[in-house]
Design a protein around this ligand. Structure first.
Ligand code: AMP
Ligand code: ZN
Length: 487
């Protein structure tokens, strides 16, 4: 089965045909670095990581390039820097904020089991390319300079007869409606109320860079041009996939697309536009004012990153997610069950289950793929002979690995659970104890029938999970085996 992906622009699920199968290229809008990322921000990180892994599986690791930018020019960054480091010059304060936030972001997404993208460009390192695109747009008549601003004109774009797409096509809005619906208090330097900023003057003390030709004083870029420039630098004029959250469709992606197509006289920027749905918490929109704003960092204090990851992937990426503690507990139980079923032995990508992979190739249907993991698990637990059992275990592990699950050794998983689950009032069934107690019972039985090979095997199996058994005597002098986590 071929890979099919839903494209926001054409509004259909289409076969994915890379421009160059030896160099499959994907751009995803990354974080604006001024604060801890919240669990909503984790959704595109995890979803596009799964896509990255799938593309690497299908086209080869060396043939996929994933670019996720870091937005380090933004008013929110400037405000945070002034607030947190009032004694420092603004430029230095900004650097402190962006460096610290970038480090936190990397720690968080690593803990979620996401691979680092091939390139993580920073906006501040691509100002020259932004200027170059802006100058092309002005030269082409798509943008104009006014009061030290450069503005893009969607109306000029739609008036051009060339191969260009129509402004508004991505968001499925007509420019006429936008013109009619736009605010009345339009900035005086705009010719039309739908024009948007490519470049603007910097406020005193703010970071600034030499402006595009036609403007004498230094200035700073608008948000949309940053991504057009970074995508162009690292992926070329056209590439395969552009992704982000659904909130970015308009205006951010519509404007990126307009800028890039007009600058390069192209009919498209990316071949496929993909957008993840929104995440809400316990049936409510997550927002600072409602006080239900949860950071990835806070969740990682209570749950292994793998639990957050599975919980995110249980829902198809285009559907909304309701993020609940009940869902997290269920995800933890499921992972623990799978973990106990497969061994730590290595598997290869050849072991990935066919039905599982087919589900992923159907527009990244992770919920269907996870249902298949449940089936594989049930088959392992069901009656079957030794060899098939081992094959099934390899399939379960290799398939889970493909979406970034069950990668770390079992003992790391257990250590995490023991460190974190104590905060929760889990039922006995949800803890590790029943599993270990069952193993101890089986070992005691083996010893009683003098099957020392089997009793040693069970002890070694637990040791491999980081659990040490101690044989001793209880108060009445009867033999008893206790356990503890290896240090
Ligand atoms: P931001 O830093 O707000 O630009 O967001 C970074 C990424 O997270 C973008 O791709 C957003 O679309 C995405 N995002 C933000 N909030 C949510 C949410 N509640 N659910 C899903 N994705 C989100
Ligand atoms: Zn972007």
């Amino acid at each position: 089965m071929e890979l099919r992906l839903y494209d926001t622009l054409t509004k259909e699920k289409r076969p994915f045909v890379p421009l160059d199968p030896k160099n499959v290229r994907m751009y995803v809008c990354g974080p604006t670095v001024y604060d801890f990322a919240h669990i909503g921000n984790a959704r595109p990180v995890i979803v596009f990581d799964v896509l990255f892994r799938l593309l690497r599986h299908l086209y080869g690791e060396a043939h996929v390039k994933y670019v996720r930018n870091i937005t380090d020019v933004d008013d929110k960054i400037n405000d945070r820097a002034a607030r947190d480091f009032p004694g420092l010059p603004l430029n230095e304060a900004i650097r402190k904020v962006t460096e610290l936030t970038e480090k936190q972001f990397h720690e968080d997404v690593d803990a979620l089991g996401s691979l680092r993208p091939t390139v993580e460009p920073r906006a501040t390192e691509h100002i020259a390319e932004m200027r170059a695109i802006i100058e092309r747009l002005v030269a082409g008549g798509f943008a104009y300079v006014a009061e030290d601003h450069v503005l893009f004109s969607p109306q000029a774009m739609n008036a051009a007869n060339a191969v260009l797409p129509r402004y508004g096509a991505l968001a499925n809005r007509s420019l006429d409606e936008m013109i009619a619906g736009a605010r009345v208090d339009v900035a005086p330097y705009k010719r039309d109320n739908t024009d948007f900023v490519l470049w603007k003057p910097a406020k005193p003390g703010e970071p600034s860079w030499p402006s595009p030709s036609g403007i004498a004083t230094p200035g700073r870029p608008g948000w949309h041009i940053e991504c057009s420039a970074m995508a162009w630098t690292h992926l070329g004029e056209q590439f395969d996939i552009h992704g982000g959250g659904i909130d970015l469709v308009f205006p951010h992606h519509e404007n990126e697309l307009a800028q890039s197509c007009c600058a390069f006289h192209a009919n498209r920027m990316a071949n496929t536009w993909m957008h993840n749905g929104f995440l809400q918490v316990e049936s409510e929109k997550m927002s600072k004012s409602l006080g239900n704003f949860i950071t990835i960092r806070e969740l990682l204090a209570d749950w292994p990153g793998e639990v957050l990851r599975l919980n995110m992937l249980k829902t198809h990426y285009r559907s909304p997610i309701d993020w609940t503690v009940a869902g997290l507990r269920e995800s933890q139980t499921v992972l623990d069950r799978w973990r106990r079923t497969v061994s730590d032995n290595g598997v290869s990508s050849d072991d990935v289950d066919g039905d599982f992979c087919a589900a992923l190739k159907d527009d990244l249907n992770t919920s269907k793929a996870i249902a298949r993991l449940h089936e594989l698990h049930a088959m392992i637990k069901g009656p079957s002979s030794g060899l098939a059992q081992i094959e099934l275990q390899r399939k379960l592990k290799a398939s889970a690995n493909l979406i970034g699950l069950i990668e770390a050794p079992f003992k790391d998983w257990h250590r995490q659970l023991l460190a974190k689950q104590t905060k929760f009032d889990l039922t006995w069934d949800e803890t590790l104890e029943p599993f270990i107690e069952t193993k101890i019972y089986e070992r005691t039985a083996a010893r009683a029938r003098k099957d020392f090979k089997e009793s040693d095997r069970i002890r070694d199996e637990l040791a491999a999970m980081g659990i040490v058994l101690k044989d001793g005597k209880d108060a009445d002098g009867n033999p008893i085996t206790t356990w503890e986590i290896a240090r």
